[in-house]
Design a protein around this ligand. Sequence first.
Ligand code: SF4
Length: 494
Amino acid sequence: MTRRWLFADQLGPHFDVGRDGVLLVESRRALGRRRYHRQKLHLVLSALRHRAAELGDSAVLLRTDTYGEALRELGEPVRVYEPTSRSAADFVSRQLENGRVEAVDPTPGFSLSRNDFQHWAGDRRRLRMEDFYRFQRQRLGLLVEGDGHPVGGRWSFDEDNREPPPKGADHLDVPAPYRPREDDVDAQVRADLDRWERDEGLETVGRDGPRLFAVTRREALAALDRFVTHRLGAFGPHEDAMLRGDWAMAHSLLSVPLNLGLLDPVEVAERAVRAFHDGDAPLASVEGFVRQVVGWREYVWHLYWHFGPAYRSRNGLGAREPLPQWFDDLDADAVEAACLSDVLAGVRDRGWVHHIPRLMVLGNWAAERGYDPDALTEWFQTRFVDGYDWVMPANVVGMSQYADGGAMTTKPYVSGGAYINKMSDYCGGCRYRPTVRVGEDACPFTAGYWAYLDRTADRLEGNPRMARPLQQRHRLADLDAAVEQERARGAAAP
Ligand code: SF4
């Protein structure tokens, strides 16, 4: 008989619990090791305790200081599924040597095994997301027909999915997302976290608030169903748009239950594809969602292992600024720039904003200011409720900061205020103006964009996709003034 030790992100039925019982561990030290968002700790603890309650007598839930202590207390060897972080994998390897872990099985948390990814990667020079995504679609038979052609004639409908928000609207006209109802388990989690903060020096960041994300299998299925039935159709066209009064837009809010291991990514993608075949959701929306779930999510998971531990500290553009206190503390009230203030408030209040505020407001801001990519990765990992060690390196170091020398993307994701103005309703209510580069009204994103190009020109020069903007900067009569103005701004909140 060998019990299965399930980590706190392996909580759905596809992580087979077998007949020999389950070990779940609540490690007090793991919770306090980093300055996590308060709501992130709540979600993880709530999910773990709910799973323990569901499994009843077949589960042992141990509350210890460390994982090692828990294994010693259990006093018998366990089987595990591959953990999702390097530090947990190292820990498991050491336990394999001392016999406390008997075997490590491939994780069912992702559709493609690490071996199969290595096989796919082979000796490709560039691991392009588009290639990986196509491979996934064909392999899983998602939105493909005949001998492997994409339904609708294209693999990606991304171009159809970049609409700005509807004119004049302050929210999208879609039914609200699934909202879980808190229970006694949540009340106990909240009381424990309050006590640990008060009496035991647990440091968190962000505000507490009602639980917004699914933490049980039942809730996760309800959230999936509500999204596919009522919101998926509107998801595609406006997936890149932002509205001050609509934090969720038509996004699925499934990254939390997916990353807790409550949903199998293939079942999620298949559910969306079924909606398309049943005529309930348009192809562009379904394709965009499938790409997130079995494309992008799995791609960043595999790159985490493929690129290795040194990837996180890559710093190809020489960005070395520390994160300023106001940014680190999510002090949205210190910020006057309407977009950045609202997005930072979203992180403070919910630990979640969708991918465009992450990429084009927070990441863009950090890139323009030259924040250290490793520190920024840590920030995203701990401030976001769906952030994990495997999630953020490729997203932040690669996609957002272009700090990996172009291993993932062909150009940096930086832009001035014009993009934010086009894709949101922020600029109308802002004290700055997106078109202005210099002076009192100068938009810090616009001025920051030119200052960024000026600072990184030497390193970006050979990049054909950056040739035009780099050239354009020489035509600006006020470039020096904008650069000087942004230098003088320093680390101050805009
Ligand atoms: Fe953001 Fe600039 Fe628009 Fe203000 S003007 S909301 S700082 S992009």
